[in-house]
Ligand binder design. Structure first.
Ligand code: HEM
Length: 436
């Protein structure tokens, strides 16, 4: 039997045109409920496109190892327009591979080692401010923190969140997943305008850097000098789009990840106690190095479990390039597929009591590569994965060694999922210095 004779997966297209779009965005448990009804693969309609939701290690492997053959990355029209044509996120095939290799130079171990001091210094200065404030609404602060780190490490800019670039970047971000109607008062229109202004500022930064005798030691300096296999460097237009992508890709995701770490650890005092004990056993190391950071197995397990239980990216969209078969079902050309990271991580075949926060479950590593995919996989696996893990660890180490944070009463800790998971009341805490 050929793929075109096979049945379509079960499911319901919902309302004409909009299908189940509203339920998908409004109900954090939408995927889970539909899977309970239809099994590990179901069809519906999202943003006008017939869409298949798939979860589980086999489905992830099928989608992620067939990028370029059966599938291609897919973004909503607003995101495409705001990222720009020269962004790695939109590039495909050989061009994507070539650019990925070039950009990866900013995330090699040598580059990462050079970022440690900067992350430590920014984390320390934010933490000192939080001690002064004591009672905090933490999430917006954590967003400023990750943006400051990204600005400094990517383009050498200090206190990025307070700059014009920071303000414009917020307006740009707000339009990324919006209705693509470019009018002066729409979110998309304002974001397009902000994109133009952001690109002007990035161009100024890049030109100054190119003319300066001091090349700097941030990602931009590496990207300005980087060459592909043909000896070609990035043009200024491409540099701008790629830097904008990197600023975006790491900002919301990392904020969500460190906020979830703070929340889950505050809710599980025995985990906090074991984390602190591990830090005591390691002792003080100045300067901190990648090697020392590798000697923290329990912290590693905790961070893995945080990204399992509350993955910052819930899944990835792909367009079907060619009709194919999965698990006896037809996957028709032109449809959209969403591989679901969050639902995969809640699979009880791979994780005992999957809803519980139990870092020890990772003591023996992950069961299979595709059952644990917080950073995706295959040729589009997160480019900033090692950088993200480094920043999460440095942030955690600074807090575990020196501070105490307690959740304030009377707050709504239920999760908002869009654009990335965070507590509805933005995580209110009492933040103090810690003396063992
Ligand atoms: C905890 C933090 C992060 C998480 C959970 C995360 C997750 C992901 C995931 C799931 C993908 C693949 C999406 C897909 O398959 O469609 C991805 C792609 C990507 N990420 Fe991350 N990410 C994080 C941090 C970062 C950071 C810090 C950077 C860079 C500074 C970054 C840069 C990228 C880029 C450039 C891509 C696109 C790769 C490509 O298309 O080839 N990410 N990320």
């Amino acid at each position: 039997m050929t793929a075109s004779n096979l049945p379509l997966p079960p499911g319901d297209f919902g309302l004409p045109l909009i299908g189940d779009t509203l339920n998908f965005f409004r109900d954090p448990n939408y995927g889970q409920k539909q899977h309970e009804k239809y099994g590990p693969i179901f069809k519906t309609r999202l943003l006008g496109s017939p869409t298949l939701f798939v979860k589980g290690a086999d489905a992830n492997q099928f989608v992620l190892t067939n990028d370029n053959k059966y599938f291609a990355i897919s973004w909503p029209p607003s995101t495409k327009a705001l990222l720009g044509n020269l962004s790695l996120a939109l590039q495909t095939g050989g061009e994507h591979q070539n650019r990925r290799k070039l950009l990866a130079q900013a995330f090699m171990p040598r580059a990462l080692s050079g970022y440690i001091d900067t992350v430590e210094a920014i984390t320390h200065s934010y933490a000192q401010r939080w001690v002064q404030t004591q009672n905090l609404t933490w999430y917006p602060e954590l967003r400023n923190y990750t943006f400051d780190v990204a600005c400094k490490l990517l383009v050498g800019l200090d206190q990025g969140a307070q700059t014009e670039l920071g303000h414009l970047f917020e307006t740009w971000c707000a339009g990324l997943f919006s209705i693509p109607l470019a009018l002066p008062w729409t979110r998309f229109g304002q974001a397009k305008q902000a994109r133009k202004q952001v690109l002007v500022l990035l161009e100024e930064i890049i030109r100054q850097r190119q003319q300066s005798p001091d090349v700097g030691n941030d990602a931009l300096s590496l990207l300005i000098q980087a060459k592909d296999d043909n000896g070609q460097g990035l043009t200024i237009d491409e540099l701008k789009d790629q830097v904008l992508l990197l600023l975006f890709a790491g900002h919301e995701t990392l904020t969500s990840a460190i906020a979830s770490f703070c929340l889950l650890v505050a809710q599980h005092p025995h985990v906090l106690e074991a984390l602190r004990a591990e830090q005591v056993s390691i002792g003080v190391h100045t300067p901190m190095t990648l090697d020392v950071l590798r000697q923290m197995p329990y912290l590693e397990q905790v961070l893995q479990e945080v990204l399992r239980l509350i993955p910052p990216v819930g899944g990835g969209f792909r367009k079907v390039l060619k009709t194919c078969e999965f698990n006896g079902y037809r996957i028709p050309e032109g449809w959209t597929v969403l591989y679901e990271i969050n639902q995969t991580h809640l699979n009880s075949d791979d994780y005992e009591t999957p809803a519980d926060f139990r870092p020890e479950r990772f003591a023996k590593g992950v069961r299979s590569k595709y059952s644990y995919v917080p950073f995706g996989g295959g040729i589009r696996e997160c480019l900033g994965k090692e950088f993200a893990r480094l920043e999460m660890k440095l942030f955690a180490v600074e807090l575990l060694r020196n501070y105490q944070w307690d959740l304030l009463p009377d707050q709504d800790l239920s999760m908002v999922i869009v654009p990335t998971p965070h507590p509805r009341d933005n995580l209110k805490v009492r933040f103090q210095t810690y003396a063992p």
